[in-house]
Design a protein around this ligand. Structure first.
Ligand code: OOG
Ligand code: NI
Length: 268
């Protein structure tokens, strides 16, 4: 029944590129046919029983992952943790959750109505993590969520899947810096998230990150179809620590801006 960690990531990737065609093109542009190593993948959820961060994280601890870092995003009302595998060739996992007790009653009512439609018997299998949205949602409710929390609106429309994969720039053969990667992406017509600057972070915090703006995807809302931002691709360059190993953590101030890659436009 349970799948291997490699099968899990293959299927997660397959599900992600179905709605993120630019990720496939980026592999051609950056990889030039050779393998791309992913630094991390990211998941989003609501902090409700059975589907909160700690519940979903157990799929990863079962696969041999360990919790390594904790993060807080006050204005976005999010918590996050990151997980690493003993096999360092496997991507890290960044998982966040929306703190519903800090959100309005109106938002809670919509989210509870959606989550009530979820078949709880699916929660025992790691396939849940790329099973999409388990509910009918109207475009009107999507817009109502968007007013208060873009994160909640994204979850309502896209549900359970990788929000993004992240290229490890350190492992790219043809590129030495994140600046070079960004230049080639822009030359090839990809638009990058400019919130907080094109490159978030620096050598001082030992991590530099950039990301595309999410591809638009047509979502079937209960009251019609609309094209809205789905998933994006991220790029990470890590610096060595005093012990010579690359820094493996995340940087709150940078992550706060990466979340905005699923906004309709940046700089809000
Ligand atoms: C996660 C944003 C943060 C990072 O690498 O700092 C992040 C999200 O958009 O769900 O991925
Ligand atoms: Ni990320």
């Amino acid at each position: 029944m349970s799948q291997s960690v490699n099968e899990f990531f293959d299927r997660l990737w397959g599900n992600y590129i179905e709605i993120t065609p630019s990720a496939k093109k980026i592999h051609q542009v950056l990889g030039d046919g050779s393998d791309i190593i992913n630094d991390h993948v990211a998941f989003r959820t609501f902090n409700l029983p059975g589907i909160n961060l700690s519940a979903l994280a157990s799929f990863f601890t079962d696969m041999g992952y360990q919790e390594k870092g904790q993060y807080e995003f006050t204005s976005k009302k999010l918590n996050a943790k990151h997980f690493e595998h003993v096999d360092s060739t496997l991507p890290k996992v960044f998982m966040s959750e929306l703190k519903l007790e800090l959100c309005s009653d109106a938002l809670n009512n919509i989210v509870n109505r959606l989550v009530a439609q979820l078949d709880r018997s699916l929660l025992g299998d790691s396939r849940f993590l790329y099973s999409g949205a388990h509910w009918q949602v109207s475009y009107q409710d999507y817009l109502a969520l968007l007013e208060e929390s873009e994160y909640a609106a994204w979850m309502a429309a896209f549900g359970y899947r990788a929000n993004h994969f992240t290229v490890s720039v350190n492992h790219l053969k043809q590129f030495k810096t994140l600046q070079d990667v960004n230049r080639v992406l822009k030359d090839n017509g990809f638009s990058l998230n400019q919130s907080g600057g094109e490159i978030k972070g620096s050598s001082e915090v030992m991590l530099e990150q950039s990301s595309t703006m999410a591809d638009k995807h047509i979502v079937k809302f209960s009251d019609g179809e609309r094209a809205i931002p789905g998933c994006f691709y991220e790029f990470a360059y890590r610096y060595p620590q005093a012990d010579g190993r690359l820094y493996q953590g995340f940087v709150e101030a940078s992550a706060d801006k990466i979340f905005e890659s699923t906004h309709s436009h940046t700089g809000r």
